[in-house]
Design a protein around this ligand. Structure first.
Ligand code: GAR
Length: 223
């Protein structure tokens, strides 16, 4: 990623606890981090992630969707805040609002989302319960570029976890989140360091087309 000779600047959009934001903060604080966190934006004033941003001395803003009549005007307000910080990459870390096509177009190829399922399986909500109901043996999370279509942009990295017979949605979610915290900063690192780029909708890893996302398994992750 070209960022004019400086570390690429990352904006993180959140709606809640911000455990993924914390994983980015921890990565950014390492000496060899390839990116810097520029700003955190929450659409909820009581999101715990705002406290995490404050502790890490990262500027934060609340832009409540409730203050706007429609999606376009909410997105314009988010864009207005982002312009103050000139981010190279936008991270949707549990940001529970759908972004408009015009917003996505402005930042094409520069917005990453984490989705709690092995896309294309289980787009949308309640993914853990749906995976349990379907008696899946494997579940996980996907980091993908954001396009106009919900949970459908080109995928980069997936974290795969086993579904255990004793699982409920909470235990399965916790296992998936452990993987999220590994693969999300990792995918951003690949982009910030220039290993991953998107050209004409095709993800390239080290210059070669990525036919399928790279899959990281639970066991590998916990060795
Ligand atoms: C994460 O588990 C993420 O996968 C999910 O929200 C959670 C946020 O947790 N995202 C979505 O469901 C997006 N559709 P966090 O606030 O602790 O990072």
């Amino acid at each position: 990623m070209k960022a004019g000779g400086r570390k690429p600047r990352v904006a993180v959009l959140i709606s809640g606890s911000g455990s993924n934001l914390q994983a980015f903060i921890d990565r950014a604080q390492q000496d060899n981090s390839p990116f810097a966190l520029a700003v955190v934006i929450s659409n909820k004033a009581d999101a715990f992630g705002l406290e995490r941003a404050r502790k890490a001395a990262i500027p934060s803003h609340v832009v409540s969707h409730k203050d706007f009549q429609d999606r376009e005007s909410f997105d314009k307000a988010i864009h207005g805040v982002l312009q103050e910080y000139s981010p190279d990459l936008i991270i949707l870390a549990g940001f529970m609002r759908i972004l408009s096509a015009s917003f996505v177009g402005k930042y094409a190829g520069r917005i990453l989302n984490i989705h709690p399922a092995l896309l294309p399986a289980y787009p949308g909500l309640n993914t853990h319960q749906r995976a349990l109901d379907a008696l899946e043996r494997w579940h996980g999370c996907t980091v993908h570029f954001v396009t106009e279509e919900l949970d459908a942009g080109p995928a980069i990295l997936q974290g795969r976890v086993p579904v255990l017979a004793t699982d409920d949605a909470a235990t399965l979610s916790a296992r998936v989140q452990t993987m999220e915290h590994i693969i999300f900063p990792e995918a951003a690192t690949w982009i910030a360091s220039g290993r991953v780029e998107i050209v004409d909708g095709q993800v390239l890893l080290d210059g070669k087309p990525l036919a399928k996302p790279v899959v990281q398994d639970w066991l590998e992750a916990n060795q």
